[in-house]
Ligand binder design. Structure first.
Ligand SMILES: [Cu+2]
Length: 130
């Protein structure tokens, strides 16, 4: 009698452990395959720019890390491919006031930058925006 009662319980336990074993590797795989890296050429000029861009990218959805190399102005972003896209990341760079590849910085964000962080070109200084 006792044996018969224990049997379904054991079966239940066995079921629970096998489902757990099946889901664990699946999520681990998604975490590794879902990560992508993108690089953008920015208009950063100094360490302040670096900190500003890295900080604003860190708040972007899906971003795992953002590192800017000041001498080359290249921003390297590691992100979750199912959460964001390179286009969205470029937009985030624009919104922080910097160019991203061929895309020009958001004018209002650019105008808020300290003078030392602005590009030397006059493309953005058309006085109207402030
Ligand atoms: Cu700067």
């Amino acid at each position: 009698m006792k044996f018969l009662l224990a049997l379904p319980l054991l079966a239940l336990l066995g079921f629970a452990t096998t489902t757990q074993a099946q889901t664990a590797p699946a999520t681990a795989q998604a975490a590794t395959t879902g990560t992508a890296t993108a690089q953008f050429k920015t208009s950063a000029v100094c360490d302040m720019c670096k900190a500003r861009i890295e900080k604003s990218l860190a708040y972007e959805k899906g971003v795992q890390s953002a590192v800017l190399d000041v001498p080359t102005k290249v921003l390297t972003v590691t992100y979750k491919a199912d959460k964001t896209t390179p286009a969205a990341l470029r937009t985030a760079v624009q919104k922080s006031g910097y160019d991203a590849d061929e895309l020009t910085a958001d004018t209002r964000a650019y105008n808020r930058l300290p003078d030392c962080c602005k590009k030397t070109s006059n493309a953005h200084t058309d006085a109207a925006g402030h």
